[in-house]
Design a protein around this ligand. Structure first.
Ligand SMILES: [Zn+2]
Length: 89
């Protein structure tokens, strides 16, 4: 790998804002792909979560915690399917 991501590849949040950015995977590698609210100790915190559920959760956070406008939320939520976690394999 070695690719540096600027946003969490699960939820789309900017990784530079994540205080726990850069943790250790089970194999000892540093992971910089997912934020600490999505991922911990080499595993997703909520592995059964669907893309739809993630989009709903992010829209909720952006609306209620960050007071984003609807159009901005729409753009943010629409990019989630393009992140590594949700890409068609
Ligand atoms: Zn995340």
């Amino acid at each position: 790998m070695g690719k540096i991501y600027i946003q969490c590849q699960s939820c789309g949040m900017p990784l530079r804002d994540d205080k726990n950015w850069g943790w250790t995977e089970k194999d000892g590698n540093i992971s910089k792909m997912y934020c600490s609210s999505c991922y911990e100790n080499g595993e997703f915190k909520n592995p059964s979560m669907t893309l739809k559920e993630m989009q709903k959760q992010i829209d909720h956070i952006l609306k209620h915690e960050m007071q984003w406008w609807k159009i901005c939320r729409y753009v943010a939520v629409r990019q989630i399917p393009k992140l590594e976690r949700w890409k068609e394999k």
